[in-house]
Design a protein around this ligand. Structure first.
Ligand SMILES: Nc1nc2c(ncn2[C@@H]2O[C@H](COP(=O)(O)OP(=O)(O)OP(=O)(O)O)[C@@H](O)[C@H]2O)c(=O)[nH]1
Ligand SMILES: [Mg+2]
Length: 526
């Protein structure tokens, strides 16, 4: 922000200089472009300064009990405030893009500067269109993932405030279910080939009827693996037209496709909530978490841009009503497992609730429990940060673009004030420099190559040393009984043990990368 203010001052100075030099060529055009650019910067400013970036639930946080709220109404409240905040910020960003578009499309925009901008940013009109549609990308999924029968669908119903999704003690959800708000009730099924089928609804069906109907398409026992996705449009005003709740099938060792499918939603997810069933022996099923992380790594390796931010995860230990003994021990154990597995795990984003009990409270119009209140507050605090990330990405782009534009315009003003002789002299100097760069090109390239090889060798030596340090060896070799796979087939045990060892080594490499800022490679790349 201070850089931006500096930039604005510079603009004002240039404006003043410019007006003080009436003989300078391009007078009107430069004044026009400068003025428009300055206006655009001002708009960017307002995006930064307006209430949009200071989303604050302070009042509610300080007076959480001011209003007697049931679980569903409080969940609805959180979701709806997020949406309002997001809409406001995005509308500001959109306006700035429109202003930039106006400048670039204007007849007064110098063709030479247009060429320079195109060389640096690509077809700028196209780029701005893409940026605009990214800003307008309205659907913000909140993805619910986790183990089979952990209570994901029950949790979604709790968030929605209506028992729309079927839930069952047997493996239930088979396709991915996306729930959006809409006045016209609709259910669209997509089969594994992606062929869509719209179910005929009369719009008079009640929740109960729909839940029964959905069983035929959602529950694994009935629908088999026939449907890939089910889109449900239902009047749930708290979702507004932006939030989409995504309920997913339970992650199990034999469901590889799911990890891939999840990535259609995870990168754009505002938040993803991982539901754990703590009543399972061993607590969190770490092989399931690993699947998501592995897919993430695979995508990064092949250069896929759409990866998710693990800091967006919230971990919910559900079915806490069934925990009778050693509650704290189990919670602590799960926390330990997650911190080992999950990059940047933040234990303050781990909660214990009973979705079932909470649902009963809500049905009986009882106030929301403290544990669920804490979880909602967790979502409440995290979402604005996620939304801000996208907003800042756009603000940074706009700021960079305007800074570059400013630079090019300033250079033009300075040039305009040069005499013909000065210009000729400069052109000569530039040509000389270009010639020198051409001559040095091969030498510089081969030097860069040898420095790169040297740096890689150095980094791998450092890594080798790190992995052989006594403290790393201890970490690699310390295993507890809890870590042992619960299998009775020796081949399966061997296979799983190999995976565990590989994961453990990979974990240490990750730690080394973090501690040494990627082995000093990014610094070298600069
Ligand atoms: N005691 C208790 N039971 C719960 C709780 N949450 C869900 N259940 C029950 O657990 C069973 C499974 O719940 P679902 O919501 O279908 O679980 P799911 O994770 O969606 O299951 P899949 O879709 O098959 O992976 C149902 O019988 C729920 O009533 C809870 O907090 N406490
Ligand atoms: Mg389910």
């Amino acid at each position: 922000m201070t850089r931006l203010s500096h930039l604005e001052n510079k603009f004002v100075c240039i404006g003043i200089i410019f007006h003080k030099v009436p003989s300078a060529p391009f007078n009107d055009e430069i004044a026009y472009v400068l003025f428009k650019t300055l206006m655009a910067i001002k708009s960017t400013y307002s995006v930064l300064y307006r209430d949009t970036l200071t989303f604050d639930f302070k009042e509610e946080r300080e007076n959480p009990d001011k209003v007697h709220k049931t679980a569903c109404s409080e969940a609805a409240n959180v979701i709806s405030r997020m949406a309002t905040f997001d809409r406001k910020a995005k509308s500001n960003l959109y306006k700035v893009y429109e202003e930039i578009e106006d400048i670039v499309k204007s007849n007064h925009f110098f063709p030479e500067i247009n060429d320079e901008v195109t060389a640096e940013f690509g077809d700028i009109i196209k780029v701005i269109h893409l940026q605009k549609s990214d800003v307008c990308e309205d659907i913000c999924p909140i993805v619910i993932i986790g183990e089979t029968s952990a209570g994901k669908s029950t949790f979604v119903n709790l968030l929605l405030g209506v028992e729309l999704l079927p839930q069952s003690p047997l493996t239930c959800t088979s396709p991915i279910c996306r729930i959006c708000n809409g006045d016209n009730k609709r259910i669209i099924l997509a089969d594994s080939e992606g062929i869509q089928q719209n179910l005929n609804l009369t719009n008079t069906e009640g929740v109960e009827e729909i839940r029964i109907l959905l069983k035929d398409y959602i529950c694994a026992t009935k629908a088999g693996e026939k449907y890939k996705a089910v889109d449900i449009c239902w009047p749930i005003p708290c979702l507004q037209n932006k939030i989409m709740i995504v309920d997913t099938p339970g992650i199990s060792p034999d469901n590889d496709i799911l990890a891939t499918r999840l990535f259609e939603y995870l990168p754009s997810a505002l938040a993803f909530i991982y539901i754990i069933n703590p009543t399972n022996a061993g607590g969190v099923q770490s092989d399931r978490l690993q699947r998501i992380l592995d897919e993430q790594e695979r995508r990064k390796c092949i250069g896929v841009k759409s990866v998710f931010d693990p800091r967006r995860a919230i971990f919910v230990c559900n079915k806490w009503d069934q925990m009778h003994e050693d509650e704290e021990k189990v919670f602590h154990h799960i926390k330990g497992q997650l911190s080992k597995k999950w990059t940047n795990f933040d234990s303050s984003k781990m909660y214990k609730i009973s979705a079932w009990e909470e649902m009963q409270r809500s049905k009986n119009d009882q106030p929301i429990s403290d544990t669920f209140k804490a979880l909602l507050r967790g979502i409440d605090q995290m979402i604005p940060a996620c939304l801000q990330e996208k907003i800042f990405r756009h603000v940074s782009w706009q700021r960079y673009f305007l800074e570059r534009l400013h630079f090019k315009l300033a250079a033009r003003i300075i040039n305009a004030r040069r005499t013909e002789d000065e210009k000729r002299m400069m052109a000569k100097q530039v040509m000389k420099r270009i010639q020198k760069v051409r001559e040095n090109n091969t030498a510089v390239q081969s030097k860069l190559k040898s420095v790169a090889i040297e740096q890689c060798l150095k980094s791998s030596e450092q890594l080798y040393h790190y992995l052989h340090l006594p403290e790393t060896r201890i970490k690699l070799c310390s295993w507890t009984e809890d870590d042992l796979p619960e299998k009775d087939d020796i081949d399966k045990i061997e296979k799983e043990l190999m995976c565990l060892v590989e994961e453990c080594i990979a974990g240490q490499i990750k730690t080394w990368l973090q501690e040494t800022s990627y082995g000093g490679l990014p610094k070298f790349m600069e």
